[in-house]
Design a protein around this ligand. Sequence first.
Ligand SMILES: [Zn+2]
Length: 328
Amino acid sequence: MINDIPKIDLHCHLDGSVRPETIIELAKKHNIEIPSYEKGTIMKFLVAPADCKSLVDYLKVFDIPKKVMQTEDALRRITFELYEDAAKENVKYMEVRFAPMMHTFKGLALNEVIESVVKGVKDAEEKYDIRGSIILCCMRNQSEDDAFKVIEAGREFLGKGVAAIDLCAAELDNFCDKFERAAKYAKSIGYRITIHAGETGVGINVYDAVTKLAAERIGHGVYIKDCDKAYKIVKENNITLEMCPTSNVQTKAVHSIEEHPFKKFYDNGIKVTVNTDNRTVSNTDMLKECRILFDDFKLSNDDYRKIYLNSVNAAFADDKTKEWLLTF
Ligand SMILES: [Zn+2]
């Protein structure tokens, strides 16, 4: 039954979702040094340890995949394979996000990076019953100027594969102020906006992301549970939360699945959705995440339908795609 239900993944990072086999193959082909060329061993370096101390600790694992994601061919292939894997889980629509700046270390221009990923999505759309959109991540630890560069580079792909911007990397207090102008500009030229916020302890960041950056969706948002102001604005403005249960346990956003606020938020009318975050790093997929909804959060099929519809409504997809998603 889990296999058959239609699924939507709105929060999935490209560099956290690379097949280990592909990392080994690309590393060999391009003479790139990685800790091991054997699948069982390299997995130990690619999957975040269960005893991660924090989000910062969790983010360290991304260094290896980034090493092999510096050419057009590699980016296109990795994107295609991610959509291929998702299609096999009956994911009908997936938004994949990545930070273009992290793929320019061997000379690719930002627009070349973005174009390669867009091509990978198209390749998969032609072959499988799945649709996709791309979200461009600006890094919170980089400058506002860098954010503008990413926004400009993605502009020519808006409506042609690219749909939105995001801010990611480690979460600091008051990170929103630095990116207010960039977010306003992105919105004015047609980008949709989702922001990682309230993932690890700072609930008020969610309030700021909505009021200062015009976020329509929030990545995670776990910590609105401890911040009335943020909780209220999310509920009243119908802001959708992209929740990723397995990842939230790994990053210590919550101590265990039992403590996850997903069900409570759902019961209180918050627009929650379920997503993977990082398939390889979190050793998960949409089958596992959906199983958590049924087995741990004790949701019914009707509940699942409502969550699926939350995802359809919040998707940064065109009307035609949304209509198609409602046929499942
Ligand atoms: Zn994320």
